[in-house]
Design a protein around this ligand. Structure first.
Ligand code: 13P
Length: 251
């Protein structure tokens, strides 16, 4: 992490949790301890509960997905404006699970990022390669293609308002974390790619690592120069573990 960038830890509950678990989080997080910027991305039906506790718990709330359309006949989808009205400030976009489960393309993800930005949300744009791609040695080319599709649609000003999360698919939910060196190497690559768009944005943009982050490995990962925090799945479902990760990011 760098002193000029504010560290950020976001919890992605995915399709897990319920109001009871959220109540446990509220109890735990309302004992105020100094933490890094903390975002909770709960299932959308829990958004209002998470928002109403946010002042007491010092967290911000995010969505897990958003429509690429502004409004209209898109049954089941949520617009960026709806997330804003519910009190969200962030939204995860392009998670590998959505890319796999819903066939989301790089181009669709770029349009979602645009919609989110237009509504005033901070998109957390996820990128990351499969094990097969890494074994072929093409992980940088793969991530570069994911990034380029988004960068092509955004001005430098818009780019300065996004967060990028590198989540290698082989590290998600597997217990196999990228080594700090592997993670740092990709984060550096991503920052260099951002620098091709804008040198100043490359210095300020926050890059998160995601994939089996736990309290035991968080500090090593977050101490890498180009890693500015984490996107946490499994460990964000346990208040103690999640807070320990947030505290590791605050050091
Ligand atoms: P895990 O932390 O469970 O590996 O999940 C990471 C992730 O997908 C966060 O978006």
């Amino acid at each position: 992490m760098s002193l000029q960038r504010k560290t950020l830890v976001a919890g992605n509950w995915k399709m897990n949790g319920n109001a009871k678990l959220l109540a446990q989080f509220v109890e735990y997080f309302s004992a105020s301890r100094k933490r890094c910027e903390t975002v909770l991305c709960v299932p959308s039906l829990l958004t209002l509960n998470a928002v109403s506790a946010s002042e007491k718990c010092h967290w911000l709330v995010g969505g897990q997905d958003v429509s690429a359309e502004e409004n209209g006949a898109h049954t089941g989808d949520l617009s960026a404006q709806m997330l804003v009205e519910a009190g969200c400030q962030f939204v995860i976009i392009g998670h590998s699970e959505r890319r796999a489960d819903h066939g989301e393309s790089n181009q669709l993800i770029a349009r979602k990022a645009e919609q989110a930005l237009a509504a005033g949300l901070t998109p957390i744009v996820c990128v990351g390669e499969s094990l097969e791609t890494r074994n072929e040695g093409s992980e940088e080319a793969f991530v570069e293609a994911q990034l380029s599709a988004v960068f092509e649609r955004l001005s430098a000003q818009q780019l300065s308002d996004i967060v990028i999360a590198y989540e290698p698919i082989w590290a998600i939910g597997t217990g196999v974390t990228a080594s700090p060196e592997q993670a740092q190497a990709m984060h550096r690559f991503i920052r260099q790619r951002v620098a091709q768009q804008s040198q100043s944005v490359a210095k300020s943009i926050r890059l998160l690592y995601g994939g089996s982050v736990k309290p035991a490995n968080a500090e090593m990962l977050f101490s890498q120069e180009d890693i500015d925090g984490g996107l946490i799945g499994g460990a964000s479902l346990d208040p103690k573990e999640f807070e320990a990760i947030c505290l590791a990011a605050s050091e």
